[in-house]
Structure formats: structure tokens, C-alpha cells
Ligand binder design. Structure first.
Ligand SMILES: *[C@@H]1O[C@H](CO)[C@@H](O)[C@H](O)[C@H]1NC(C)=O
Length: 298
């Protein structure tokens, strides 16, 4: 009888110890797995996709003074690792926004996962405009229903996010667009042909008046709308010849600049013009060779 009750007690004690051991082990495992989770999330912050903002640029210093601090604050709030890269066209050809973007991409691609093709005169105001990694396809921040000026459905200018793989897939932008306009419409065709799905901001409560601040003042800044030689005809077509792979330029300087404590890199480049392919890159040719009725509006 006594032995039996001692045996019973031992069994109970044994059962209790086993249970305690079981819980201790479980605890240990869950600790281990939670450490794993937190180290993984730490890793993902470290390897968060990096954004390179690419700003095609010439003679817009007062706009740059506002742009760099504004966009830096805006992106800091979204915790996005970014650099601002101003691609300054330092040659005497007409402005070539598309080639500057191709050149800028070639210069920064090794240090980023995606780019924002960004006009210097368009400042995002609504904090819900996201600049996150566009994993599945280009993200057009300045969509036609938000941009102050351009409202056609195929518009992809202003601010467009695109990851490196996709930018390379479509061979960047055409290098044939000297002077103002149309290069983004041709870029739209490249995106469509590659079957890339363009997405745009949703659930934005602001509209065309108050989503962006548009610094451009047409009274002060005249745009170069001139169409010379057969430029009009050529630039209406999809260009299957030129792009990222054949953009030619020379980097004349790289300068780090700080504006209100916010850094940007200024890359000055001299673009190369293939006169046979795009004689309209150079106004001086017009003055020498063209009949008097062709007057470039600069
Ligand atoms: C622009 O190009 C000229 C040479 O044509 C060079 O002397 C000058 O340093 C360049 N400017 C910048 C900012 O790189």
C-alpha cells in the first residue's frame, strides 16, 4: 500500500516534469523562430530596393533649389533609400530629355534597383503618392488625372517609376528627340509593346490643382517646340533603332551639391549627335542650310 502511493507520487512528479520540460522546449523553439523573423526583417530593411531619382536638366537652377530639399523630405518620410541625380546637358545641341535619361541610367544603374524619371519642375504635394519599388510594372506617379497640365490617357511623362530590369527590357528611351516633347509618348509605345502593365496612384483625394506643385512658368521659360528637317515625321513614329544600348555621351564632371543639407549629384554630360540620323539636333545647321521660312522657335 505504501509502496503503491510512493509509486503514484513518482508518476505524478514525472508527468509534471515532462510537461514542464515540454513547455520549456517549446518556449526555446518559439524564441529561436522569433529571432529568425526579426533578423529577416532587419535584413529586408538593409536590402530594401534603392531608388535613383534621375532628373534631366539644363538651366533650371532656381527650380533645382526647391526641388532637391522638397523631394528629399518627401522621400525621407516614406523611408525610401534614394539618391538624386541631376543630369545636366553640357553641350550646344538642343535639349534631349530622353538621351539624358538614358545617360543618367547608365551612370547610376549599378547603385540602384529602380529609377524615378523625374521632371525638375514637378513637386509631389500629396503624401499618399508612393515612390515604392515598382516590382510588377512601371508606376506613373503623375497620372493624367492628377498632373496639372497633361490629361491624355497615354501620358507617361512627369514622374515615372520603373525598375532597372524593365528599363533595360524596353531599351530605355529613343535618342532621336532633340527639342521639346513627344519622347515620352514614344516611351509609352515601348512599354506597351513589352506588355508592361502601367499602374497609377489610387485613392488620392486631391486633384489636378493640389496634388503637385508645378513650378514651370511658360511666360519666363520658352520651350523649344521647333520641328526642323524631317523631325516632325520621324518623331511621330516608334523608333526601333536607338535607345539605352546606343546612347553616346561624355561625362565632363560629377559634382556633389548640398542644398539645405540635402545632397544631390550633378552629372554634366555632353551628348553625341549622329547628324545623319538626327540633323535636327543642331540649330546652327538650320541657320546655314535651311530656307528662310523655317524659323526655329526657341
Ligand atoms: C562643360 O564643358 C566644357 C568643355 O566644353 C568644360 O570646360 C566644362 O567644365 C563643362 N562643365 C561642366 C559643369 O562639366
Amino acid at each position: 500500500m505504501r509502496i503503491r502511493s510512493i509509486l503514484n507520487k513518482l508518476i505524478v512528479i514525472g508527468l509534471i516534469s515532462i510537461t514542464i520540460c515540454f513547455f520549456l522546449i517549446m518556449r526555446l523553439f518559439s524564441d529561436a523562430s522569433s529571432t529568425k523573423v526579426s533578423s529577416r526583417s532587419l535584413h529586408s530593411t538593409l536590402s530594401q530596393p534603392k531608388l535613383a531619382v534621375i532628373v534631366p536638366y539644363r538651366d533650371r537652377f532656381t527650380e533645382l533649389l526647391l526641388f532637391v530639399p522638397h523631394l528629399s523630405r518627401f522621400l525621407h518620410k516614406q523611408n525610401i533609400p534614394f539618391t538624386i541625380n541631376v543630369i545636366n546637358q553640357n553641350d550646344s545641341y538642343r535639349f534631349n530629355r530622353a538621351s539624358l535619361i538614358n545617360a543618367g541610367y547608365s551612370l547610376v544603374k549599378d547603385n540602384c534597383d529602380y529609377i524615378a524619371i523625374h521632371d525638375v519642375d514637378l513637386l509631389p504635394l500629396n503624401p499618399n503618392l508612393e515612390y515604392r519599388y515598382p516590382e510588377h510594372g512601371p508606376f506613373h506617379v503623375s497620372s493624367p488625372n492628377l498632373h496639372p497640365k497633361y490629361h491624355y490617357e497615354k501620358f507617361v511623362g512627369g514622374i515615372l517609376l520603373i525598375k532597372n530590369d524593365h528599363f533595360e527590357l524596353v531599351n530605355g528611351l529613343s535618342n532621336k528627340y532633340w527639342g521639346w516633347g513627344l519622347e515620352d509618348d514614344e516611351f509609352y509605345l515601348r512599354l506597351k509593346e513589352a506588355n508592361l502593365q502601367i499602374t497609377r496612384p489610387t485613392n488620392i483625394a486631391t486633384g489636378i490643382e493640389d496634388t503637385f506643385l508645378h513650378l514651370h512658368d511658360p511666360a519666363v521659360r520658352k520651350r523649344d517646340y521647333a520641328k526642323i528637317f524631317n523631325q516632325r515625321e520621324i518623331t511621330r513614329k516608334r523608333d526601333r533603332e536607338t535607345g539605352l544600348h546606343d546612347v553616346k555621351f561624355e561625362l565632363t564632371s560629377k559634382t556633389k551639391m548640398t542644398i539645405e543639407d540635402f545632397a544631390c549629384d550633378i552629372y554634366s554630360v555632353k551628348l553625341n549627335c549622329d547628324y545623319k540620323l538626327t540633323p535636327w539636333c543642331d540649330f546652327s545647321l538650320v541657320n546655314k542650310n535651311k530656307p528662310k521660312n523655317v524659323k526655329p522657335k526657341i
